[in-house]
Each structure stands twice: as C-alpha cells, then as structure tokens.
Design a protein around this ligand. Structure first.
Ligand code: GRF
Length: 207
C-alpha cells in the first residue's frame, strides 16, 4: 500500500506543490498525498491541490478553541489513514492533543536556521539582525512554536542587496529541496531521535 501523506497549509502552497511534484516524479517513492487541509477557505494551495486531482478542503477555525479545532483536523486525517503530516505554510499553533495523536509524525518547514528567528517574518528578522547566513529547517512538530527536533537544514548566504523578498525567494528554493529529502527520510524510517537530535542510520540520497 502507498504511504499516505496529509498536508496542512494556509496560503500559497508552493511547498505543497514541491512535495506533490516529488511524489509524482517518484522522488518520494510509493507514496501519495491523500488529503490537503486548510484553516482558510481562500488559501490558493487548496485550489492548486484540486487542480492536481488531490482531495482538498478547508476546515474553518472561526469560533473554535484550539483543541476543538484540532479534533476536527485529526479526525479528517485519520479518516484518510495518513501516516505522515506535512505542515506547509500552516499558520496555526497546534494543541498537545494534535501532537500526541501523531507523535513524531508531523513535520514543519520554517524559513530560517532554527532556533534563530522562529515565528513570523523570519527573513525580515534575519536581515534586521544582520546575519550573513540564513536558510531553512525541516523539523518535527511538538507543542512549542518552531521548536521540535531538527531533521534537515539548508544554509543560504545573505547578500548585501537583499530585501526580505529576495532572501525569501532564495530560501524558498532550498525549502522545496529539503522538504522532499526530509519526507523521504521519515517515510523510510532510517533515523532515530536521541533527545533533540535526529540521527541518520545510513546515508540518505540527496535530492
Ligand atoms: C514558507 O516559507 C514556509 O517555510 C513557511 O511559510 C511559507 C509557506 O510558503 N512556513 P508556501 O505556502 O509553501 O509557498
């Protein structure tokens, strides 16, 4: 049986598209994206998923407490029997309920070298801080914001002329690459988590 992935997003959905391309091209082998869910019904990523023939829908969060909302998301993911969840620009903190329902099975991508610059506008934060290198991080999701064990990172040099937008665009290219690589590692199970460290049991193929 194909390994089933669920994607959560709130916006544009370019990381979702990169993952969908990798599944279609066999870079993520023997897998399918079974469902795309969004907290926003106007998320362009939802329309992009539907255009690819992938089941996608919004579950609006208005008026719901965090855990009550997450119960809806968890039940939609369970219905599809997903074994891995990829947050791809999903602009919500998740509850302890959600994390324990899929412990060590939820990934997130963040546009900085964590633990630097968590939260919003990481590329702007990086420029304002004056760092010479930024990048992106794929990590397991726990109850804290942008804080779970790190699976992969990629470094992107900051250029003198960078604006938040130009830096974000260069980081995004690396995001698309390492998200595929991280999903492969986790689906293949060739790693172990030792405290905060994710250790690889064998060399993995680069994307
Ligand atoms: C990406 O930069 C991702 O790292 C961050 O939100 C952005 C989402 O972009 N979490 P997209 O919707 O995948 O294009």
């Amino acid at each position: 049986m194909k390994r089933r992935i669920g994607v959560l997003l709130s916006g544009r959905g370019s990381n979702f598209e990169a993952l969908a391309d990798s599944v279609a091209a066999g870079r993520i082998a023997n897998a399918e994206i079974s469902i795309v869910l969004s907290n926003r019904d106007d998320a362009p990523g939802i329309a992009k998923a539907k255009a690819r023939g992938i089941e996608a829908r919004a579950i609006p969060s208005r008026g719901l407490e965090r855990e009550a909302y997450d119960r809806l998301i968890v039940s939609a993911l369970r219905e599809k029997q997903v074994e891995l969840i990829c947050m791809a620009g999903y602009m919500r903190m998740v509850s302890a309920y959600f994390v324990s329902a899929f412990r060590e099975r939820i990934l997130n991508i963040h546009p900085s070298l964590l633990p630097a610059f968590p939260g919003l506008e990481s590329q702007r934060q990086a420029l304002e801080h004056g760092v010479k290198f930024s990048g992106c991080t794929v990590h397991f999701v726990d109850e804290r914001l942008d804080a779970g064990p790190i699976i992969l990172q990629a470094v992107v040099p900051v250029e003198d002329g960078d604006t938040p937008e130009t830096l974000a665009a260069r980081i995004l290219r690396e995001e698309h690459r390492i998200y595929t690589e991280a999903v492969r590692i986790v689906l293949d199970g060739c790693y172990r988590i030792d405290g905060r460290r994710v250790l690889f049991e064998r060399a993995h193929e680069k994307v």
